[in-house]
Design a binder for this molecule. Structure first.
Ligand code: M6R
Length: 612
């Protein structure tokens, strides 16, 4: 949520900031801005809209921009509508300080009221401008930027990834973190700061992850880290492995399509070196130390938000049905406010693509505080959830840039299947049975590749339905979460209202919506409840609803009942969601294309939700 990039060094930072913002735009994209220190003065440029709009503004300007110190921000609005004034950077009262900020200053109104009484005036409706003024007040007292930032932050409640510049104390950038990720990129004679590595990987692979409560001062020559109370901290410089090609579109029109097509490979990567085909078993290094606790656990709790929560729902079926471990799923966003009964016998898995989702992180911290073992199923290496958990498994899907999660979902499911198989074997599943499941898992990438060949048919289907206003998605068992995920994908990027339901629940309400204008997508593989879902299909047909079925390719019966069939290969029931979701991802993609919406950066959304 919001992208942050900053530079101090000998180069002209303008192209570094703009390219960084372009790479960070998936985090938030309603306005963007940069602050440069040029000849001891600020040059600040802000624009509502995309980074491209900011670039046009700069190109339209007359002056050549060249600065060796600067910061840039791409925003996802929390306080104040997305317009030029509310865009970051923001100044203090004397316009000697510029700040960019990710997060929410929860007590900003109290601080603002006090500052207003002292004669301050504010241009924007943001909490960030209030923080800028507060830092300015402290700067007057101390004359030292870093001390001013620390003093201001000691009065602040809320979350921040904060980057501060001053024209008066100008050889430095001061950064601070609480609740919003920040990394320092360490170069030679230059240093960077960013909200994630994609903005700076072109220039350095040496990074330092800031932890909550930490502040750092960056100069051209190095950096110094400390707590808000000014206790010096030594940080470890780590190497990032991210490749530039992973964050480029690579010939595709959209990141989402690239990421959908990467799935045969990303599912394979999730299993690589972990799935032991000959032994019918799984080895997960990140869980070795907690294996005993996992096996003794009275229950497993899976939580996450959005798509990751859907993955958790599928995981519940896998863990309960295959490994026979009582499992519960909960929205991370609801978890801590419910004051859940959690103890040392519980194991909580936080599922998150970004590893930074504020609600998921807060739920994990809450469970940890109450004594549970907390584990992560995370994509982004080095993310906060990965670092704060007691162990876990990376899904290895590579950077996911499209706002709609696709490959991270199938990789999360694959990892949940691996965890399930490992626990099932440890709890007594025979090697022979394990081998059958392992073989089935290993076959999934080819099955996904096979489905991906159907793009043309699915595109035609999307064109047929592009003007429809509502969709229903229905599935049962482990395919109920697939229905939820299909509906979420559709609404996120095509803005068509869609709902997912367990198929049998339809007659308890949603059936009232069915008429000849309502398409209903059924996920109906040939499993133990096939006949039940067929009955639900009849119920929709009887009311003239239009039926699209995701069904097994050898299912002839379904062709009689559905207006459109999207064939998928057969697989073991609980692994079905990994392949059944693929046509639904393609359908939502092509619906968005047909409706000419912004596939990768749909309105109002951001990739990584780091505010509550
Ligand atoms: O990074 P996370 O997996 O924690 O993100 C959770 C949700 O915000 C995310 O899955 C969201 O629902 C996606 N945009 C869905 O496509």
């Amino acid at each position: 949520m919001c992208g942050i990039v900053g530079y101090i060094g000998p180069r002209n930072c303008v192209p570094i900031l703009l390219e960084g913002l372009r790479r960070l735009e998936y985090r938030g994209y309603d306005s963007a801005g940069i602050a440069l220190v040029m000849n001891g003065k600020f040059s600040i440029h802000k624009k509502a809209g995309k980074v491209a709009d900011l670039v046009s503004l700069l190109n339209a300007g007359n002056s050549e921009l060249n600065a060796q110190l600067g910061i840039g921000h791409t925003r996802w609005a929390t306080h104040g509508e997305p317009n030029d004034t509310n865009a970051h950077p923001h100044w203090d009262a004397k316009k000697e300080i510029a700040i960019i900020h990710n997060g929410i200053i929860e007590n900003y109104l109290a601080i603002k009221t006090k500052l207003l009484r002292e004669g301050h005036t504010f241009e924007s409706s943001t909490d960030t401008e209030v923080l800028a003024h507060l830092i300015g007040v402290m700067f007057e007292r101390t004359n030292d930027l870093c001390s001013a930032v620390r003093m201001a932050l000691s009065e602040v409640e809320g979350t921040y990834g904060l980057v501060v510049l001053s024209t008066r104390d100008s050889g430095k950038i001061v950064v601070a973190r609480r609740g919003s990720p920040l990394i320092i990129g360490v170069g030679e004679g230059e240093n960077f700061v960013a909200s994630d590595a994609s903005a700076i990987v072109e220039y350095t692979r040496q990074v330092v992850y800031l932890e909550d409560g930490e502040v750092a001062e960056l100069t051209t020559q190095g950096f110094q880290t400390m707590t808000i109370d000014d206790v010096k901290i030594d940080k470890v410089v780590e190497e990032i492995t991210l490749e530039l090609s992973q964050i480029e579109r690579g010939g595709y029109d959209h990141f989402m399509m690239k990421e959908i097509n990467e799935q045969p490979e990303t599912i394979r990567d999730a299993m690589r070196g972990r799935l032991l085909l000959d032994e019918g078993d799984v080895k997960l290094g990140g869980l070795t130390d907690v294996m005993e606790r996992l096996l003794k656990a009275k229950r497993i709790i899976l939580n996450g938000c959005g798509t990751s929560w859907h993955a958790a729902l599928v995981g519940e079926y896998m863990l309960e049905q295959i490994a026979k471990i009582p499992t519960e799923v909960e929205y991370a966003s609801e978890f801590r406010y419910r004051n859940p009964i959690i103890g040392e016998d519980d194991v909580l898995f936080s599922i998150s693509q970004s590893g930074e989702t504020a609600d998921t992180l807060a739920a994990m911290r809450e469970a940890k505080k109450k004594g549970a073992t907390v584990l992560g199923i995370v994509n982004v290496v080095g993310s906060t959830i990965a670092r704060e958990s007691d162990g876990g498994v990376y899904v290895h899907a590579g950077p996911e840039i499209g706002v709609a999660s696709t490959k991270s979902f199938t990789s999360q499911l694959t990892v949940l299947a691996l965890i399930t198989l490992m626990l099932a074997r440890a709890k007594g599943m025979s090697r022979e049975d394990g081998k059958v499941l392992a073989k089935e898992l290993a076959s999934l990438p080819d099955k996904v590749a096979h489905i991906l060949k159907q793009t043309e048919t699915i595109q035609a289907l999307a064109n047929e339905f592009k003007d429809v206003r509502n969709f229903l998605y229905l599935g049962r068992g482990a395919n109920f979460p697939v229905a939820l995920e299909g509906a979420l994908k559709l609404k996120e990027i095509s803005y068509i209202h869609a709902e997912g339901y367990p198929a049998a629940e339809m007659k308890h309400g949603p059936i009232a919506l069915i008429d000849e204008n309502m398409p209903v997508v059924f996920i109906v593989p040939r499993d133990g409840i096939y006949d039940k879902v067929i009955s639900n299909i009849h119920e929709v047909r009887a009311r003239r609803g239009r039926i699209i079925a995701v069904a097994n390719e050898d299912d002839r019966e379904i062709e009689e009942m559905a207006e459109f069939v999207i064939p998928v290969p057969r697989t073991y029931g609980f692994f079905g969601p990994i392949i059944n979701v693929i046509p639904l991802q393609l359908l939502s993609y092509y619906m968005a294309i047909a409706r000419e919406t912004d596939v990768d950066q749909p309105r109002n959304l951001a990739k990584s939700v780091t505010v509550e």
